[in-house]
Each structure stands twice: as C-alpha cells, then as structure tokens.
Design a protein around this ligand. Structure first.
Ligand code: BTN
Length: 322
C-alpha cells in the first residue's frame, strides 16, 4: 500500500491529493491513508499537509533503496555483492580492503557520504550525503597490467551510455574519463590497480556521479565547473535505477572487451567524446601541449596535432577544452 501511495504522488508531481481522493483511488478508509502517510514519514518521505487541499509529496528519503537495486539487476557478476554504508572515508579504501580479503569480482561498495573522497591526480572529491552516487566496483580482469587505461575508457563509455539511457542529460566524455554536460563535470572515474610481480591482481574502479546535488551543495570553487544530473535535467534521479543501468552497460562492454579487445570500445568512446576534433590544452610533466585532439590509440592515449603538424601522444593528465 505504501508503494501505491508513493506511485500516485509520483504520477502527480507537486500536486495536492486529498485524503478522499487517495482513499477512493486505493479503495481504503481515510484513516488507513493517514496511517500509511505517517508510516511513510517515518521512512523519511516528507509531505506537506494543508487542510481542505490534502497532502503533497515534497521530498523522498535520501537513502538508497539497495533491496530495489539488487532486485532490478540484470547482471551476472557486477553488483551481485553490495556493501552499502552510510559513511566511508572513501569507498576506494573500503573496497581495497575487501579485495585483499578475497572479495569476488563485481563486488560493489556504495556510501551515502565520503569524508575523504578522492579524485584523479591527488585531488579530493566532494561527496555530500544522500545526493550523489559514490561507489567502487571490484574488477579482476584477465588482461596484462598495461591494459588498465583501456578499462578506464571502458568505464567512461558504460557510464555515459547509462546516463543517456536513464536520464535526458546529453552527457559526453572528456578525455580520458570525465563526463560533462553543457561543459561542466557531472561525473568522474578513478581506477586504482594492484599488481604483484608485474601481474595485475585487481582494479578498484571508483565512480562518482553528481546525481541529485543542488547548486547550494557545491562549494564556491566548484560552482562554475561542476553540475549535477538534477540541475541539468530538472528532475530528481532515481539513483538505484542509474546504478543498475551502469552495471548492465559495464558488464556488457567488459565481456566484449575480453572477447574482442579494445577496438569496439574505442569506437564507442570516440562517438561519445566531446574532446575529439577540438582544440585542447594538455598538462604534461614538462609543460603544456596545445593542439587539435585527433583520436585515441589502442592504449587509450590521446593523439594531439600541434601547430607544427607534429603529433604528440598524451598518456595521462588532464585536458582543457579551448
Ligand atoms: C575524478 O574525476 O577525479 C575521479 C573522481 C572519482 C570519485 C569517486 S567517488 C567513489 C570513489 N571513491 C573515491 O574516493 N573516489 C571515487
């Protein structure tokens, strides 16, 4: 019954529904409706109640519904074991520990909040409570260590496809694996690998998606660089549905990668890229390189044609779109 009540409110966003309307539609007494609304309030739903108008749903609980997420998975391995925590320093740290204890491929750690979320190149990752998707996925790929950059690009393709499918946000990939919407960052990916004697043991793939953050949730220094799916689409994101979509896309591409190598993923990456055929400025260990981003190669490196016509390969770092 609680689910039916929420469904009704979701079909009438921002509208008041009276106790009478609800009891007629759901075929139960007004007292029963009142009791269910109170039970939903206990679960974190917030209703505005106005006499003679009824109830209006104003906020949903900010906890991820892990039961619904697990039930909706279409994958064989990815996300089949989920560790859901309220607060972590970083989901990367939690999953590294589980990996060392022998956790299986596809194990997923999700936190509602991170106190020391980390990004690429030693940066931090802003991870406020209940608004985003802060998660790490364990991979035990059967490929040599130097294939890791390709998996980074694969993760970006999977995420971009999931976002485009689950929301109306026109996300694109900025090399190597930032997702942008309207030129601002909506998501970041951080792959950390563990090797022994040059052999790849496992990869912890960290994914941060700014799902339901509102403008005030960003510190000032991020306000003109970062955005969220909610800000871009004007609609709250169903985080469980987006995670399930990502895991599905990821698993399909991951199998394809093991069967056919990087070529199909590379083509998809190029089709979703917002960096190619643009002038870019890349920070290199010994200064900047500026030129037109032409393509990515089989190792995932970006080829940039500089003014002299020379082609320079960029293997890591950041690019700025000009
Ligand atoms: C970046 O763009 O710099 C990568 C950001 C990666 C953030 C995610 S959030 C979940 C996981 N845990 C972390 O501490 N970082 C990654």
């Amino acid at each position: 019954m609680n689910e039916k009540i929420i469904e009704l409110f979701e079909r009438h966003p921002n509208e008041f529904l009276s106790g009478e309307q609800l009891s007629e539609k759901l075929n139960c007494s007004r007292t029963a409706i009142w009791k269910h609304i109170e039970a939903l309030r206990q679960q974190g739903y917030r209703f505005e109640a106005v006499s003679r108008k009824g109830y209006r749903l104003i906020a949903k609980p900010d906890r991820l519904d892990v039961g619904r997420l697990s039930a909706s998975l279409s994958t064989k391995a990815m996300g089949r074991t989920i560790r859901y925590i309220d607060e972590a320093d970083s989901t990367q740290n939690v999953l590294h520990r589980l990996a060392e204890e022998g956790a299986e491929e596809g194990t997923l750690v999700i936190a509602e909040r991170q106190t020391a979320g980390r990004g690429r190149m030693g940066r931090g990752w802003h991870s406020p409570k209940g608004k985003g998707i802060w998660m790490s996925l364990l991979l035990r790929p059967r490929v040599p260590l130097h294939f890791t950059p390709q998996l980074t690009l694969l993760a970006a393709v999977a995420l971009c496809r999931a976002i485009r499918g689950a929301t109306n946000v026109d996300a694109g990939i900025k090399w190597p694996n930032d997702l942008l919407a309207n030129g601002k960052k909506i998501s970041g990916i951080l792959l950390e690998s563990k090797a022994e004697d040059e052999r790849l043991k496992y990869i912890v793939a960290g994914i941060g998606i700014s799902a339901n953050l509102e403008p005030d949730d960003y510190p000032e220094e991020l306000q003109d660089k970062a955005t969220s799916l909610f800000i871009e689409s004007g609609r709250p994101v169903d985080r469980a549905a987006l995670i399930a979509a990502f895991l599905h896309e990821f698993e399909v591409l991951y199998s394809l990668f093991h069967e056919q190598g990087f070529a199909p993923v590379r083509m998809m990456w190029e089709a979703l890229s917002v960096s190619l055929h643009r002038t870019v400025r890349c920070q290199m260990p010994n200064g900047y390189v500026e030129g037109v981003a032409e393509s990515i190669d089989d190792s995932g490196a970006l080829t940039v044609r500089v003014a002299s016509g020379e082609r320079v390969k960029v293997y890591s770092g950041d690019v700025e779109l000009r």
